[in-house]
Ligand binder design. Structure first.
Ligand SMILES: O=P(O)(O)OC[C@H]1O[C@H](O[C@H]2O[C@H](CO)[C@@H](O)[C@H](O)[C@H]2O)[C@H](O)[C@@H](O)[C@@H]1O
Length: 615
């Protein structure tokens, strides 16, 4: 069932739902049997002493299995209500699907035409993460949360199936109250509970994710920096103080420093020997290279003339947010920090890889830019992150080897996967559809206004509207916002948008994509260099994530200097194409270099980009 639909949102009690691909037809015996199953399940689970129930029912052709489980601190009526609502959501969002899994705060429900057991389901976990703590002491805080996790898990698999706990964590003068909850289905043995939890735990590191949860129907855990469960914590762990652990760390640190010094001296000696031989070769080459003047002078200018705002030591810590130097001029700085890392590329669509067009529906991507994106994606994991809905985006981009994040990062489809791996639940789409009709009606009298439904956001374009009518446009969007719940207004290039209030944006999408790509490649965040290219205000969320997490950098696409959280700039989509092509060429030349390293002279003779090759 891995190809099923997964939906999720922040802010509603149903935080994840998963519908399997198999369908049943209306009025079939499967539908009748499922309804029967649904009618008894809430009562069955809420009256069980372990707040867990299984049920089965025979349709004409198949057996349908269901399990439901409520959180250990829920009372019977809250449990009953939660399961009833989850099954109702299943009716709406997984209509006609033979199997589904629904994850709400207080309960999980799973039904299927295949038998259900924790072993067969353990791969089917769902997670929701948020990197909530933006401070330099995140590692120390993480240690506190890890300590809490270890203690609570140990308890859950030794004596209880439900454990809530809290702990005070002191890290560098700040005090955090951390809360944890771990639960297994009562019928599982302690060993099974332990294995189920271990499986959840190893499937993703806690690194940086202070606030997160993971669940299958059978076992789950959740961490928050606020008290989210009912009643007092069952266990109160002694305060975790980072400083108490520093003594041990210091010893380790000293040892590491000594080893590092030894290795350093050795490397220095080897480097001196290598340098001597290299210097002799270089003397010979200089004669031949003198008269080679080419475009590379421009591209490597940042090396020599100190381009304005060009970061000197570590480009990720540059402070100037107004003037972003050209990514083309600073190409050699960029490749310097990219060396040895996997580059991850994130591209906004409109204004970044597609030139601005007066008619949004006609803003296609030029074939040479598409070709550049495709080539880049063959070497670097690439994602297109846009305000447009994914269907439309895919239709324009027409590339299979990229990931897509649509509706301003609210919906995500990974490359090669037929269905979204992340999307808000349906109520948000319904609100946007209602607002779309409202805007269509209201704008029919405003000449030049164009309404565009982007699934979880609706755009009212005023690029072609006479300036005297702009106030009408703004008023219409404000009225629509007031008329429907759960929508927020944002602005872009000559466009006002009403976006579903999901807490998701291009920044959260970039975090999600980076986590998934890291997981897929088995890499650590220090091994990758994400670059995000975007032209609009909505891209600032992504620039900010990369800048503040010191993960990588943003590249602002703009003809004029503009205040931005991006670190570099490019003028227009043509420059984006050129940069991507340069990046591909650089990466390929590294490969060439390593395969012909023994014949260094030959490389110098034939490469027109010799100054950017690693020295
Ligand atoms: O995140 P993006 O991919 O940049 O999408 C943001 C909006 O882009 C589109 O509108 C913009 O481009 C249009 C075509 O060039 C232009 O006519 C319009 O003025 C721009 O705002 C798209 O139509 C919107 O739905 C996106 O939200």
């Amino acid at each position: 069932e891995s190809s099923g639909t997964v939906a999720g949102t922040l802010g509603t009690s149903l935080w994840y739902s998963y519908c399997s691909p198999g369908n049943y037809t209306a009025n079939s015996s499967y539908e009748q049997s499922l309804k029967y199953l649904f009618s008894g399940l809430p009562q069955k689970v809420s009256s069980s002493s372990t707040l867990f129930a299984r049920d089965t029912v025979n349709s004409d052709t198949e057996v349908i299995y269901a399990v439901a489980h409520c959180r250990g601190d829920a009372n019977a009526s809250a449990c009953n209500r939660c399961v009833t609502e989850a099954l109702h959501e299943a009716d709406v969002f997984c209509a006609f699907k033979k199997a589904a899994a629904l994850y709400a705060d207080l309960c999980t429900v799973r039904f299927s035409n295949e038998t259900l057991s924790w072993r067969s389901d353990v791969e089917n976990f769902r997670d929701r993460m948020a990197i909530k703590v933006d401070s330099s002491d995140i590692t120390d805080l993480e240690m506190g949360v890890n300590a809490l996790y270890t203690a609570v898990t140990r308890m859950a698999n030794s004596s209880h199936s439900f454990v809530s706990a809290s702990e005070k964590i002191y890290a560098y003068g700040t005090s955090y109250e951390a809360y944890a909850l771990v639960q297994c289905v009562g019928e599982m043995t302690h060993a099974e509970c332990g294995r189920c939890l271990d499986h959840l735990r190893v499937s993703c590191s806690l690194a940086g994710q202070m606030v997160h949860r993971k669940a299958t129907t059978w076992c789950s855990y959740r961490f928050e920096l606020y008290n989210f469960f009912t009643g007092s914590p069952m266990v109160r762990l002694p305060p975790f103080t980072y400083r108490a652990h520093t003594g041990h760390r210091m010893k380790k640190k000293k040892l590491l420093i000594l080893v590092a010094i030894g290795v350093g001296v050795l490397i220095l000696i080897l480097a001196l020997i290598t340098f001597f031989f290299f210097w002799r070769k270089q003397q010979k080459r200089n004669g031949r290279a003198k008269d080679r003047a080419s475009e590379e002078d421009l591209l490597s200018a940042g090396d020599t003339d100190g381009a304005p705002g060009a970061p000197e030591e570590n480009i990720l810590s540059a402070k100037d947010i107004v003037k972003c130097p050209s990514a083309i001029v600073c190409f050699s700085e960029i490749t310097k920090i990219a060396r040895g890392k996997k580059i991850l590329i994130f591209l906004d669509y409109d204004g970044t890889i597609s030139p601005i067009n007066d008619i949004p529906a006609e803003a296609t991507i030029p074939s040479d830019i598409r070709e550049a994106v495709q080539k880049a994606a063959e070497l670097f994991p690439t994602s297109i992150v846009s305000g447009r809905r994914i269907e439309k985006l895919k239709n324009f981009v027409k590339l299979d080897n990229v990931h897509y994040a649509g509706s301003h990062g609210q919906e995500i489809v990974m490359s090669g996967e037929p269905v979204p791996s992340y999307a808000p639940v349906g109520i948000h789409e319904q609100r946007v559809t209602a607002a779309t009709h409202y805007l269509e009606d209201g704008s029919s009298k405003i000449e030049g206004a164009i309404v565009e439904n982007n699934k979880y956001a609706v755009s009212l374009h005023f690029r072609n509207v006479d300036q005297k009518d702009w106030t009408l446009v703004e008023k219409l969007v404000e009225d629509a916002k007031a008329a429907f719940e759960g929508l927020e207004m944002t602005r872009g290039h000559m466009v006002l948008e009403l976006r579903a209030q999901t807490g998701l944006n291009k920044g959260t999408a970039v975090k999600y994509l980076i986590n998934h790509i890291l997981g897929k490649l088995g890499l650590d965040r220090s091994e990758v260099l994400p670059m995000y290219f975007g032209d609009d205000v909505t891209d600032e969320d992504a620039f900010e994530v990369l800048r503040e997490k010191k993960l990588g950098f943003g590249v602002l696409i703009s003809e004029e200097p503009r205040e931005s959280k991006a670190l570099y700039s490019l003028k227009n989509p043509l420059e984006v194409k050129r940069f991507l092509n340069e990046l591909v060429e650089w990466r390929m030349s590294l490969e060439d270099l390593s395969s012909t390293a023994e014949n260094d002279d030959e490389i110098v003779e034939t490469s027109s980009r010799s100054s950017r090759l690693p020295r």
